[in-house]
Unconditional design. Structure first.
Ligand code: EPZ
Length: 423
C-alpha cells in the first residue's frame, strides 16, 4: 500500500492547472457507445476511475486508444456484448453510466448493480424509474440490472427525476443518453443542472441529438435515428480546482488555478470570500489569496448545482478548522459524508457532529498525524490539512485519492508543499 508523507507548515503559493473533469469525462465516455464512427475526446484526465471505464468500453466492443497527443479515441466496432461485469463495475460505481447508452442504442443491457461506498448507500431508483418510463423493462438478476427494450423501441414520455435530494446527476445522464434514441419527445423534469450534465448534453447535440433546455431543470429531447462520432473537449474539473483554492485558504497561501471555469465555481468562490479570502477571476483562471487576518467562520450547506457542491464539503471543512470562530457545515446530499471528521479530530480539529451537521470550532492550527484516506474527497481534505498542519502527516490508503486526482502530490509540490509518495 502507498502513503503520502506530508511535511506541514507550508503555504501553498503559485499557479496550478486544473485537469479535465472526472465527473464529466465518465458520462461523456459512456455516451460514445451511442455514436457511429469515431469520437475523439480531449482533456480526459488520467485517473484510475477513467481507466476502469475505458476497460469497460473495451469489454463492450469499443476500440479505445489514448493517442500521443493525449486525446482519447473511441470507436464502436462490435455491439454484441451488452454486459458490464461485476469485477470492473464493483471497482467504480459510476460505471453505471453505461446503462443509458446501452439501453438507448443496443436496446439491452446487463450491468452489475453498483456497490455502495463510504459516503452512502448510493441507490439508483431514479435511474430505473426514468429508464422504465421510456419503456425499458428492468429486472434484478443475481446482482445484475438487466434491461430489455420491446421491439417497438423506447418511447418518449414525461419523466420526473426529482428525488429527496433534489435531482440525480448520473440519473439524469442515464435517462438523457437513452432518450436521445427514444421515438417522439421526452421531457425530463427536475433534471440535474451540474456543469458535467451540460457538457454531456452539448456533446450529444454535436453528435446530432436534439436537446432543449440544456443547463435548466427541464430537458426536452426529440428522438433521432442515429448519432455520429465527433471531437469534444471535456470541461475542466471544478472540484479539483476548488480543492486547490481550499488549500490556499487553509495554508494562508496564494493560489491561481489555471485552465479552469470560474463560472462553475460561483458558490465556492462566495464561501471563500465570506471566509475573508481575496478572489480574482480571469476567463480561465481563478486566484484565491489569503488576507493578513485569520479566516472568518462561515455557515455552509451543500446543495445541488448551482449550490455549494457536496464534493467540496470535506476540503472546505478542513479550512474552517483553522478559521477564527464557529462554523456550521450541513450536508444535504449525502447525510453520512463525514469520513474526514474522525481523521481531522486526530489532527487536533474541534468538531461536533450532530446528524448531517458538523459544528466546527476553529483552532489556531492543526497538528500532523497518521490519518487514513476513505472517500475520494475526504482524502483530498486530509492532504491539504497536512500541508497546513504543524509537523508531519501520513495519509494512508491513498488509492482513493488517485481515483479523482492526477498526481496530487506533484501539483501541490509545485505550489510549495512538501509531499512524498512512499510505498
Ligand atoms: C455524482 O454522483 C458524482 N459522481 C458525485 O461525485 C457527486 O457527489 C454527486 O453526483 C452529487 O453531486 C459522478 O458524477 C461520477 P446523485 P451521483 O445521483 O450521480 C440520491 C466524486 O467525489 N439518489 O446526484 O451518483 C443519492 O443517494 C463523486 O467525484 C437517490 O436517492 O449522485 C444522493 O443522496 C462522489 N436515488 C443524491 O441523490 C438515485 O437513483 C445525489 O446523488 C440516485 C441518487
Amino acid at each position: 500500500m502507498e502513503k503520502l508523507v506530508i511535511e506541514g507548515g507550508k503555504r501553498l503559493q503559485g499557479r496550478v492547472a486544473a485537469g479535465g473533469s472526472k465527473n464529466a469525462a465518465l458520462p461523456v465516455l459512456a455516451a460514445c457507445l451511442l455514436a457511429e464512427g469515431t469520437t475523439v475526446l480531449r482533456n480526459v484526465p488520467r485517473l484510475s476511475d477513467v481507466e476502469i471505464l475505458l476497460a469497460i468500453l473495451r469489454e463492450l466492443g469499443c476500440r479505445v486508444e489514448r493517442r500521443a497527443d493525449d486525446a482519447v479515441e473511441i470507436e464502436v466496432l462490435d455491439e454484441s456484448n451488452c454486459t458490464a461485469g461485476y469485477d470492473l463495475v464493483s471497482k467504480m460505481r459510476a460505471s453505471v453510466c453505461v446503462l443509458g447508452p446501452l439501453i438507448g442504442r443496443r436496446r439491452r443491457a446487463r450491468v452489475s448493480m453498483p456497490g455502495g461506498c463510504v459516503i452512502g448507500v448510493r441507490p439508483i431508483d431514479l435511474h430505473e424509474k426514468g429508464l422504465s418510463a421510456l419503456g425499458a423493462r428492468m429486472t434484478l438478476e443475481r446482482g445484475y440490472l438487466v434491461a430489455e427494450v420491446p421491439a417497438a423501441g423506447l418511447q418518449g414520455t414525461e419523466i420526473f427525476l426529482g428525488g429527496a435530494f433534489g435531482s440525480s446527476v448520473t440519473g439524469t445522464t442515464n435517462v438523457l443518453t437513452a432518450a436521445v434514441y427514444a421515438a417522439g419527445t421526452t421531457v425530463i423534469e427536475s433534471a440535474a443542472c451540474e456543469p458535467e450534465v451540460v457538457d454531456l448534453a452539448e456533446m450529444l447535440v454535436k453528435m446530432g441529438a436534439k436537446i432543449d433546455g440544456i443547463g435548466s431543470p427541464r430537458l426536452t429531447i426529440q428522438g433521432v435515428r442515429t448519432l455520429k462520432g465527433v471531437e469534444h473537449s471535456v470541461i475542466p474539473d471544478r472540484i479539483e480546482a476548488g480543492t486547490y483554492l481550499a488549500g490556499a485558504a487553509i495554508t494562508r497561501g496564494d493560489v491561481t488555478v489555471t485552465d479552469c471555469r470560474p463560472d462553475h465555481l460561483r458558490a465556492a468562490s462566495q464561501i471563500l470570500r465570506e471566509m475573508g479570502m481575496i478572489l480574482e477571476a480571469g476567463k480561465t483562471t481563478l486566484r484565491a489569496h489569503h488576507p493578513e487576518t485569520p479566516l472568518k467562520p462561515v455557515d455552509l450547506t451543500t446543495l445541488v448545482y448551482p449550490g455549494f457542491p457536496t464534493d467540496l464539503q470535506a476540503q472546505f471543512m478542513a479550512a474552517l478548522c483553522v478559521a477564527d470562530g464557529i462554523s456550521v457545515v450541513t450536508e444535504k446530499i449525502y447525510p453520512d459524508r463525514f469520513m474526514h471528521v474522525p481523521e481531522l479530530l486526530r489532527m487536533g480539529a474541534e468538531l461536533r457532529k450532530t446528524g448531517s451537521t458538523v459544528v466546527v470550532h476553529g483552532v489556531p492550527h492543526l497538528v500532523g498525524a497518521p490519518v487514513r484516506a476513505s472517500d475520494l474527497r475526504a482524502s483530498a481534505a486530509l492532504v491539504i490539512a497536512g500541508c497546513a498542519a504543524w509537523g508531519e502527516t501520513e495519509v494512508h490508503e491513498i488509492h482513493h485519492i488517485d481515483r479523482g486526482y492526477d498526481r496530487i502530490e506533484a501539483k501541490l509540490n509545485g505550489l510549495g508543499a512538501g509531499i512524498r509518495r512512499v510505498k
